[in-house]
Design a protein around this ligand. Structure first.
Ligand SMILES: C[S@@+](CC[C@H](N)C(=O)[O-])C[C@H]1O[C@@H](n2cnc3c(N)ncnc32)[C@H](O)[C@@H]1O
Length: 194
């Protein structure tokens, strides 16, 4: 877990997630860190050396702020919070994963679980809807969960330009060190100049 790696490397960690369940889990796994339930579009970002948002965090449209304002205000807030030389590291999913009018279906199975998914893109709004149905064995029976994710899709070159406008120097990547990103994703290291 990323927060665990950071704490073990000597960093003080402050984590935020809009999902209460995710924060409960994080508090259990990394009690040394501080976690809060809330939106990254509203939280006051404390002065820091690095801000990270790993695994599509910025794509989600769970908070209407993201729907209305896009990412430029967030980029400026992160830039203000970082020390000179500090970094903002994140990844996003881009458009064009599903052909217009199509639905892409997928599944994954393990010994005692199965996950089914269906994805559809809205070309005009540059968004994707992802329906996920998961089954997990609990005792004799399987527990079913249904989720619908709505995400905005970002063109990496548009985001690089937006980051530069906020004052960052930008590098894009297809992997986090040895961990390749899933198809359609781009990662960014945006550095606040010294
Ligand atoms: C794919 S998960 C990645 C979670 C974690 N970073 C990891 O790598 O395990 C995306 C997370 O972003 C959170 N999220 C989405 N929109 C958010 C927002 N506006 N503010 C805070 N968290 C948000 C979701 O609740 C979800 O836990």
């Amino acid at each position: 877990m990323w927060a665990r790696e950071l704490v073990d490397s000597g960093y003080r960690v402050f984590g935020i997630d809009i999902s209460e369940a995710m924060i409960d889990l994080s508090r259990k796994k990394v009690p040394e860190a501080e976690f809060r339930v809330g939106s990254l579009f509203e939280v006051e970002i404390p002065g820091c050396q690095a801000v990270t948002a790993v695994s599509e965090v910025l794509n989600y449209l769970f908070d209407a702020e993201n729907e209305d304002l896009g990412l430029s205000r967030l980029f400026r807030r992160v830039h203000d919070a970082l020390v000179p030389g500090g970094v903002f590291v994140f990844d996003v999913l881009g458009p064009g994963q599903v052909s217009p009018g199509d639905k892409t279906r997928g599944f994954g199975v393990g010994e005692d679980w199965a996950v089914l998914s269906e994805r559809e893109e809205d070309v005009e709004r540059v968004t994707m809807e992802r329906r996920i149905v998961s089954f997990r064995k609990v005792g004799e029976h399987y527990r079913r969960d249904d989720e619908v994710h709505r995400v905005r899709l970002y063109d990496p070159s548009d985001l690089s330009a937006e980051l530069e406008r906020a004052g960052f120097r930008v590098q894009t990547m297809r992997s986090y060190a040895d961990f390749p990103l899933a198809e359609g994703h781009a990662a960014f290291v945006a550095r606040k100049p010294l």
